[in-house]
Structures are given as C-alpha cells and as structure tokens.
Ligand binder design. Sequence first.
Ligand SMILES: Nc1nc2c(ncn2[C@@H]2O[C@H](COP(=O)(O)OP(=O)(O)OP(=O)(O)O)[C@@H](O)[C@H]2O)c(=O)[nH]1
Ligand SMILES: [Mg+2]
Length: 198
Amino acid sequence: MNTIRKMLRDTKYLKTEADALKLGESEAEVSFVGRSNVGKSTLINAICQKKKMAHASQVPGKTRTINVYEVTRGRWIVDLPGYGYAVGPKHEKERLGSMIEKYLSSRKNLCMIFIIVDAIAGPTKLDIIMIGWLKYYSLPFSIVVNKIDKIKPSKLNEKKKDIAVELVINTCDISWVSSKKNIGITDLHKIVAKLLDI
Ligand SMILES: Nc1nc2c(ncn2[C@@H]2O[C@H](COP(=O)(O)OP(=O)(O)OP(=O)(O)O)[C@@H](O)[C@H]2O)c(=O)[nH]1
Ligand SMILES: [Mg+2]
C-alpha cells in the first residue's frame, strides 16, 4: 500500500490539449468528469497527494482543457473541464461539451471514467445524462460522491441512501469521499492503482 501511495505521489504534469485527437496514446488512463466546481481537480490532487498540481478554484469553470498527469510512463490520470458551467457565452459551453465528448469517445486505453457527484446537490440532470451516454457507448464508469465533509455525520447514511436510490445502484458501489478532508482517498488509491496496473 505504501508503494502505491508513493507511486501516486510521484505523479507529474505531462501535457495539456484542447483537442483529444492530438493527445497521443497512453498505456492506460483514468479520467474524471462531473459538473463544474464539484471538485475533480481537487480530487486528483488528493489522490496524488499534491497541493497544487491540478488547478482548482472556488470559481466554477477553472479547468478549460484536457490536462494529463503521468503516474509512471504511459499511465495517465486525466483532468477534464466540468459540465453545466452556468456563466459565460453559450459557444464556450458547447466548446467544452464537445471537447469532453470527443475525449471520452476517442480514447483506446481509457480504463475508467470517474463521475464525480456533489454530496449536497446529489446527482444533477447533467450527471444522469452523462451516465446514460456512457452506458449507451458501453464506456466504463464509476460513481464518486465528493464533499461528504459538508454533510452532518448524523445525516450521512440517509444522504447516501437517497443518492444511491436516485442513481439506482447500491451505496456500496459508490465511493464516498472528501477531497478536502482526505476521507475515502485510500480506497481510491487502491482502485486507481489497480486500473492503471501500477
Ligand atoms: N468542502 C469541500 N470542498 C471541496 C471539496 N473538494 C473540492 N472542494 C472545493 O470545491 C471548489 C472547486 O474545486 P475544483 O477542484 O476546482 O472543482 P472542479 O470540478 O475541478 O471544477 P472545474 O474545473 O470548474 O470543472 C474549490 O473551492 C475546492 O476547494 C471537498 O471534498 N469538500
Ligand atoms: Mg477542474
């Protein structure tokens, strides 16, 4: 386990692209999608035990490109822009939407798409559309609920049940995490390491 943690800690920024078709091949990669501001970049930093590797911000719409982080040669963790970013011109939202779609549908060695859901807001309409889209194209996905530190401990079980019911899956098939408070991250270390075969 310590070896896995250490390997993930050695992750380094590799490249940024706006066009998925220019990314080049990986040996294996996992990526993170979800609504803007849900904590995708913060979660990548938590997994890789970094403070500022992926750029996070209180202001939604921070990540506007495909950002690749390399754990070890050819093994990638990919940060994507969020969807549902309410501010800004329509064409910018459409540009980001097609960037994500092109990425998700073109990667040969994409082993897992983690869909990050906000613990307070629960699954949004766009999260449900994303799940339907991934199912339709038979792409591998897994649900992670982030920001559970915002839920009162006495309400957490009830909240977990509500979110699982909305998503029509079992609570145990969801990762419950707080990227900010480092809750549930150890389990994600194991999951990511297994997927990337490191
Ligand atoms: N309370 C709490 N805040 C969090 C958590 N994870 C992220 N945040 C905060 O949520 C805000 C957004 O985080 P980002 O990581 O930039 O979110 P993102 O999904 O990458 O956003 P975009 O790049 O805009 O799509 C920041 O202010 C983070 O500090 C968490 O687990 N708990
Ligand atoms: Mg981001």
